[in-house]
Design a protein. Structure first.
Length: 197
């Protein structure tokens, strides 16, 4: 197997040095576009570095669409995701194992809005009960992915992006307190709640 790194034009809309989102790993940077020969076939690969995880991934350029690799979210999507985080949590009344699977799927979808929903739904303010270990793990995974992409889109540091997210979560906490005072009058019933009943 031989590997050569060469200067090439953008492939499938991606170029060397660009930040991208790989669904199961989050934000990485394309550090090279290589050509490898495997079993007599030439294969072109994006080399993606995930510095925080100290990991490098090689993705065939022809497979970027099927694996769900995408460019960073647009600023409008970031704004919408921050709005989502400041909304009221939506907790389905199903078994935790099923909800945990749904949260995991949302985190690994690579979709910034879905990741924001997990952050919103699993966030606990100081006045709320403690999270279980598995809830905390999922929350931290979602928060990490969310903050990394916001930092990359805004060209800011991760601590700055985290402050921005925490500010939005603080707004959500104020809304939750208001919701506790006013009884919820809502005609909508979640199908999942019907199943659990």
């Amino acid at each position: 197997m031989t590997t050569t790194t060469k200067k090439v034009l953008p492939r499938h809309g991606f170029k060397n040095g660009e930040f991208v989102v790989y669904p199961t790993h989050g934000v990485g940077r394309i550090v090279a576009i290589e050509e490898q020969e495997v079993a007599g076939f030439k294969l072109e690969l994006f080399v993606i570095a995930f510095d925080k995880d100290k990991m490098t991934l090689r993705v065939p350029t022809a497979k970027v669409t099927s694996v769900g690799m995408r460019k960073l979210a647009e600023p409008e999507t970031v704004a919408k995701s921050l709005e989502t985080v400041s909304g009221r949590p939506r907790i389905k009344r199903t078994m935790w194992s099923r909800r945990a699977q749904e949260y995991e799927a949302k985190i690994n979808s690579g979709d910034l809005i879905q990741i924001a929903e997990v952050v919103r739904d699993l966030h606990r303010s100081e006045s709320q009960p403690e999270q279980s270990y598995s809830e905390r793990q999922l929350y931290e995974a979602a928060l990490d992915r969310f903050v990394r992409e916001i930092a990359a889109v805004n060209s800011s540091s991760e601590p700055e992006a985290l402050k921005l997210v925490e500010l939005q979560l603080g707004k959500a906490g104020k809304r939750a307190k208001a919701a506790e005072i006013e009884p919820e009058i809502d005609g909508e019933v979640d199908e999942e709640q019907d199943e659990a009943a």
